[in-house]
Design a protein around this ligand. Structure first.
Ligand code: C5P
Ligand code: MG
Length: 163
């Protein structure tokens, strides 16, 4: 019998001039970037919460409080690695990751192969188990007005039970 679970993650950050716009560790040239305590990588934060959610271990702020100076400017791949280690500690393996980044500008599709490959390498999955989707917010709301961006992620994890 295979025990499978899913986990859902969501994140957003404000966009501000002079900051880095980074998605799955890939820096995207743009006049604004994420205002955040860490590097603000919304995609990796959403993936981290999805992994934690799948094993019912709370959320990213429980594991890495943004009041802790240890995480100031932290590279978000550390959060994903930590969450993935917790998944594996429970005997699960990651099956797939799907995600959506909602960002009005710039167009991200030219960066898709790089972002996808970076995320796949980080979660140690082949490319055909990792998907990254992009959407605008149709010029509506804070995302549409280019004041913020959002990311969503969902993961499935599997564990083979002997009984
Ligand atoms: O939001 P909308 O439906 O108009 O997006 C259409 C397509 O544009 C998306 O499917 C995606 O491929 C691309 N896109 C992009 N970069 C963005 C937003 C959307 O490449 N920031
Ligand atoms: Mg549309």
């Amino acid at each position: 019998m295979t025990d499978f679970r899913t986990g859902l993650g969501w994140d957003n950050h404000r966009l501000a001039p002079g900051r880095v716009l980074i998605l799955a560790g890939v820096e995207i040239p743009h006049e604004t970037g994420f205002e955040a305590h860490s590097d603000g990588d919304i995609l990796l934060h959403a993936v981290t919460d999805a992994l934690l959610g799948a094993v019912a271990l709370g959320d990213i702020g429980m594991h890495f409080p943004d009041t802790d100076p240890a995480w100031k400017g932290a590279s978000s791949d550390r959060f994903v690695r930590h969450a993935l280690a917790l998944v594996r500690e429970q005997g699960y393996r990651l099956s797939n990751v799907d995600s959506t980044v909602i960002l009005e500008r710039p167009k991200l599709k030219d960066y898709r192969p790089t972002i996808r490959a970076s995320l796949a390498a980080l979660v140690e999955l082949p490319l055909d188990r990792v998907n990254v989707k992009f959407k605008t917010s149709e010029k509506v709301g804070p995302v549409g007005e280019q004041r913020s961006a959002e990311a969503q992620a969902i993961v499935t994890i599997l564990r083979d039970n002997s009984e």
